[in-house]
Design a protein around this ligand. Sequence first.
Ligand SMILES: Nc1ncnc2c1ncn2[C@@H]1O[C@H](COP(=O)(O)OP(=O)(O)O)[C@@H](O)[C@H]1O
Ligand SMILES: [Mg+2]
Length: 216
Amino acid sequence: MTLRIRDLNKHYGETPVFANVTLDVAPGEFVAIVGESGVGKSTLLNCMAGLDHWDNGTVQIEGVDIGVLNEDARALLRREKVGFVFQAFHVLPHLDVFQNVALPLLLLGQPDDARVQAMLEAVGLGSLGHRLPQQLSGGQLQRVAIARALVHKPRLLLADEPTGNLDPTTAALVMNALVQQCRAQHASLVLVTHSVLATELADRVLHLSANGLGLL
Ligand SMILES: Nc1ncnc2c1ncn2[C@@H]1O[C@H](COP(=O)(O)OP(=O)(O)O)[C@@H](O)[C@H]1O
Ligand SMILES: [Mg+2]
């Protein structure tokens, strides 16, 4: 399994955020997670990436139990095996588009300009590498974020409402680019979304509620 979660629980004080979350995501599988606002979707996704802490249960990425890793080891594992796309684009403003997408490869010590250019072309931004983020639209910025999240060929892509800030037409374009690229790279995708298009494209749609993660 690319991602294996068992009986994950998290509280803030007395208040449970989520409980009894169990999930297996196979290589190349696309799982969409839906649920009411405030039910803990973002928190759960952050736990899957080892960006947040939980109370009980286990999270394994490619067989590695990330709960026992320290912060440095988690960061290294993320750098190699995980990509993340947020609702807000989180593109670095002082780097141009090409440099933004190149960054994960530089951090891994594996610069590869041809790969960066291929990723830009794959998301329809092949001629915009020299632009600064401020010269792009929201849909273009999110495609930069997608290219950056996938440039190092992670086995697992986690996306938290990546089209939540976009108009419907742009959202469909961005969602298709995201899913197509994950499929092309055979990356597993866990996507938190309210998008009907996304749930139609997904292999499975799961509903997060106070009872855990279940079929809709
Ligand atoms: N740092 C925090 N301290 C206390 N409560 C928090 C904190 N972060 C999030 N929450 C609460 O946890 C719940 C889940 O939040 P979140 O994961 O953002 O939900 P969703 O993404 O499904 O909208 C919400 O009720 C939110 O208010
Ligand atoms: Mg959220």
